[in-house]
Write a protein that binds this ligand. Structure first.
Ligand SMILES: Cc1ncc(COP(=O)(O)O)c(C=O)c1O
Length: 353
């Protein structure tokens, strides 16, 4: 700056605080902090237990049917066009068919909204639900992205406990004590991240009844659908859609081992039409939301979905990852909790969950 020049006053300014606060909530930032605090020259080998991306390992590869579908779609040049913001009909029909295998009350393609991975589905539903003074009930321990998105949308976060002594079931009494007339929803992750548990049919039913009593919807993150390693059969929360409105979030990232493809969905299970009555559905991607929120990646990935829809239907095309032995899964989790909850740890617990 020339000496004596008057400093220009600009009209824009970035308030970093809430961005920094949400950034510290990610698993990646936790890993970075851990790595930065490792002692130099420590001879002990480091085993990374924080890998969230199976595609980093050559033994985890998606089915060739999926790869061929994408290649065929690109080569056909039929899908280079823009697609509707809700997603093209054959893709939505395929996802409804995939989920309907596990649901008594059948979904229609109109119940399905495509997103750029499950992460965008989380962002969409929290944005739709946010209003001044509203709060949301999140599980503790939980998947930190919910906290990050809730903070961004100014939804007040209230944590309910998952009970380790009860196989990480929801503390339903604690949940009820947290809710009030401004509570809009509760979130469950089933199969669970980070606990790895699978809720029983009976427990999901109790969750549905409790949510109905409280007048809140259930957001069920089923991104790990069918990836279960214990004996509890996997049940979708949408089974209880006639008791309480359920928003199911999912994606191809985990079951098909392709997190980079960014193909996800947000699905409404609401045979009683409560979401429609309360106009929630009018803000979902098919209607208004995408007009005010820039979601270009969704448009890009959806071009491929018509071809991919074929592999969502035949069960033989579905590849599940090689079975991880349950004890090793447990070991990972116990190690994490030791780190996060140890009272001598100098990192605040609530920074993580
Ligand atoms: C519980 C949970 N929900 C959502 C996601 C994000 O899924 P996607 O890769 O489809 O965006 C993850 C990824 O680790 C997750 O663990």
């Amino acid at each position: 700056m020339e000496s004596g020049a008057v400093k220009k006053k600009w009209g824009f300014q970035v308030k970093q605080e809430h961005i920094t606060a949400t950034a510290t909530l990610t698993v990646r930032s936790a890993l970075t902090i851990i790595k930065q605090n490792l002692k130099e020259n420590d001879p002990r080998p480091i085993i990374p237990l924080g890998h969230g991306d199976p595609s980093a390992f050559p033994c985890f590869r998606t089915t060739p049917v999926a790869e061929d579908a994408v290649v065929d779609a690109v080569r056909s040049a039929e899908f280079n066009c823009y697609s509707p913001s809700v997603g093209i009909l054959p893709a939505r029909r395929a996802i409804a068919g995939y989920l309907n295998r596990d649901l008594p009350c059948k979904l229609s393609p109109d119940d399905v909204h495509l997103t750029a991975g499950c992460k965008q589905a989380i962002q969409v539903i929290l944005t739709v639900l946010a209003r001044p003074g509203a709060n949301i009930l999140l599980p503790k321990p939980g998947f930190p992205l919910y906290e990050a998105n809730a903070r961004h949308t100014h939804l007040e976060i209230r944590h309910f406990d998952l009970l380790p002594e009860k196989g990480w079931e929801v503390d339903l009494d604690g949940l009820e004590a947290l809710a009030d007339e401004n509570t809009v929803a509760m979130v469950i992750v089933n199969p669970g991240n980070p606990c790895g548990n699978v809720f029983t049919y009976q427990h999901l039913q109790k969750i549905a009844e409790k949510a109905r009593k409280l007048g809140i919807m259930v957001i069920s993150d089923e991104v790990y659908d069918h990836l279960t390693f214990g004996s509890t059969p996997y049940v979708r929360m949408g089974v209880f859609g006639s008791t309480v409105p359920v928003i199911t979030l999912g994606s191809m990232s985990k079951r098909w081992i392709v997190p980079g493809w960014r193909l996800g969905w947000l699905v409404t299970s609401d045979p009683s039409g409560i979401l429609q009555e309360l106009r929630v559905d009018s803000f979902l991607p098919s209607k208004n939301l995408y007009k005010c929120c820039n979601c270009k990646p969704t448009i890009i990935v959806m071009r491929f979905f018509f071809a991919l829809s074929r592999l969502l239907i035949p069960s033989k095309a579905i590849s599940t990852s090689p079975l991880a032995p349950q004890p090793s899964f447990r070991f990972v989790l116990n190690a994490s909790f030791f780190f996060f909850f140890d009272e001598h740890n100098d990192i605040a617990e609530d920074q993580w969950f």
